[in-house]
Write a protein that binds this ligand. Structure first.
Ligand SMILES: Cc1cc2nc3c(=O)[nH]c(=O)nc-3n(C[C@H](O)[C@H](O)[C@H](O)COP(=O)(O)OP(=O)(O)OC[C@H]3O[C@@H](n4cnc5c(N)ncnc54)[C@H](O)[C@@H]3O)c2cc1C
Length: 498
């Protein structure tokens, strides 16, 4: 059996390692192995691993944050398989931080009702996970090819049988696993690496798979913007007492939400955007300098070093922060075993929509999702080639042009930032859809072959955001500021066949 894995983050490498136990595996990634969202993760990975916690409590917390759109079956799978996923990571060599007595050290983060977030190297969890996985990959029988972008999926009688690369090579496989990560880099301001451009969504959509809930893009409230990139300032700082200050030096979150700085991410991001607009500035300030300097350096070594490299010191005073595109809840529709609606095609990690996050992801559930559902997907491949049953909600059809065009990266990213950003309106979204449709239908053939994929994914996000005429979770419509019970359903899209 041949298995093709596309992506080298937690979802892709974990799937490749497991599949290599019974199949010939090729893993492709379009950059270096470590250029992933996984590598950048700071805060940690959530799982109910102590006697004081339970998967059912973790599930309740997750569903509460999901704003009515979590799929309970997916949340059950995520939380019930959580402890086993942590065991597997320990076996793979991830050194989670421990207390003096040797027990795992657990942190609390927004929306988790009890300490359940495992971390490594303080706030460098992703780095530790990525390097343990890369080490195991070097020992495994996996054909690894870096710097290779997949630009199309190969289909035969509606079944996925492989993928074509930017070198115009087609690799055939009995099962193809999309693990292409997030879509933050469709935006100008993002915490993601520049290769996180939502390729997997466009690849799957063009192959006929159903995609789901693409309008739900999470913006992280606090990133330090320097030299054109956004460096994440983990929520854990606000968990430890960091406060947000506007241009006048006043705390503003306490009047916005009872949980103040620890309100849900979408609310904090919106309030910061509003404060910046009101004061005519491009950032607010985050201050944790009232805590002991040695404690801060030890508790947040990654943030401390990262901010220092960018000319700021968290121990000395407030640092400038602004919201940035961070995580995509939407993605390729899958069942709880990673199967898409196209036979032979699987999706896992951030590029998938399992239904576990609903309209708003809980911090530290995404690494867990990548670990749990990549394991389940490989289990499903071992069991046989069934596709997922199509979702029961109504699926909308969208035409796209076979010869996809595209704008330049800066124009695409500027469009997404300005018209499909944190707060949305019909007027802006209409303009975005028109522009993105025009580019995909009539745009020039680009020099970067992944740009048309990014343009199509952007168009799908804008289209879905235009259609959802309500505010729910991370999707904030200024013209529809409330949740609408009629919209307590998923949005599903599929390619219209001629
Ligand atoms: C700054 C930051 C901090 C975060 N902190 C946390 C945290 O503390 N806890 C948590 O749970 N989550 C966190 N997240 C989210 C989490 O890191 C991601 O959701 C998760 O790592 C995604 O893993 P993945 O394997 O799906 O994708 P990734 O790790 O992003 O890997 C994607 C892979 O796909 C490849 N790829 C993409 N397109 C193509 C293509 N066309 N052809 C070939 N290869 C392709 C890329 O090269 C890459 O190898 C954070 C994210 C960021 C950006």
């Amino acid at each position: 059996m041949r298995v093709l894995v596309i992506g080298s983050g937690l979802a892709g490498i974990n799937a490749a390692l497991l599949a290599s136990e019974f199949a010939d595996v090729t893993l492709l990634c379009k950059s270096s192995l470590g250029e992933t969202n996984t590598q950048r993760a700071q805060g940690g990975i959530a799982a109910a691993v102590t006697a004081l916690d339970a998967p059912a409590i973790h599930a309740e917390d997750t569903i509460r944050a999901g704003a009515g759109l979590c799929d309970p079956e997916a949340v059950r799978a995520l939380t019930a398989d959580g402890p086993a996923a942590i065991q597997r990571m320990l076996q793979l060599g991830v050194n989670f931080d421990r207390q003096r007595n040797g027990e795992l050290s657990l942190a609390t983060e927004g929306a988790h009702s009890t300490p359940r977030v495992l971390h490594a190297g303080g706030d460098q969890t992703g780095l530790h996970i990525q390097s343990a996985l890369v080490d195991r990959l070097a020992e495994a029988k996996v054909d690894v090819r870096t710097g290779v972008a997949v630009t199309d999926l190969a289909l035969e009688a509606g079944r996925c049988v492989g993928a074509t690369t930017d070198a115009r090579e087609t690799l055939l496989a009995d099962a193809v696993i999309l693990a292409t990560g997030g879509a933050g880099a469709l935006y100008q301001t993002t915490t993601n690496p520049s290769n996180a451009t939502g390729d997997g969504i466009a690849l799957a959509f063009r192959a006929g798979a159903v995609v789901r809930d693409l309008e739900f893009v999470q913006f992280h409230p606090t990133a330090l913007i320097a030299d054109g990139s956004a460096f994440l300032i983990s929520e854990a700082l606000r968990g430890d007492g960091a406060v947000l200050l506007d241009a006048r030096g006043d705390r503003f979150m306490a009047s916005v939400h009872p949980d103040a700085e620890l309100a849900p991410r979408s609310i904090v991001a919106q309030a910061i955007t509003e404060a910046m607009r009101r004061d005519g500035v491009d950032h607010v300030s985050l201050d944790i300098s009232h805590l002991d300097s040695d404690y801060l350096r030890h508790r947040f070594p990654g943030v401390y070093r990262g901010t220092l490299e960018r000319g700021h010191d968290i121990t000395a005073g407030p640092i400038p922060v602004a919201p940035a595109a961070h995580y995509h809840m939407g993605g390729v529709y899958t069942d709880i075993n990673g199967r898409t609606t196209v036979q032979g095609l699987y999706a896992t990690g951030e590029c998938a929509s399992t239904g576990a996050h609903g309209a708003n992801r809980v911090a530290s559930n995404s690494l867990l999702e990548a670990a749990v559902f990549s394991t389940r997907a490989v289990g499903a491949i071992g069991r046989g080639p069934e596709p997922a049953r199509p979702p029961s909600d109504h699926v909308q059809r969208l035409h796209t042009h076979a010869q996809a065009g595209a704008p330049s990266w800066p124009r695409l990213r500027q469009t997404m930032n300005e018209l499909v950003g944190i707060t949305r309106t019909r007027e802006h979204l209409n303009a975005a859809v028109d522009r993105l449709t025009d580019w995909s239908e009539r745009g020039e053939a680009p020099t970067d072959p992944t740009l048309p994929l990014a343009t199509l994914t952007s168009r799908l996000i804008a289209q879905a955001a235009l259609q959802r005429t309500e505010t729910r979770g991370a999707h904030l419509r200024l013209d529809y500021p409330d949740a609408n019970p009629d919209w307590q359903r998923h949005s599903l899209w599929q390619l219209a066949r001629e």
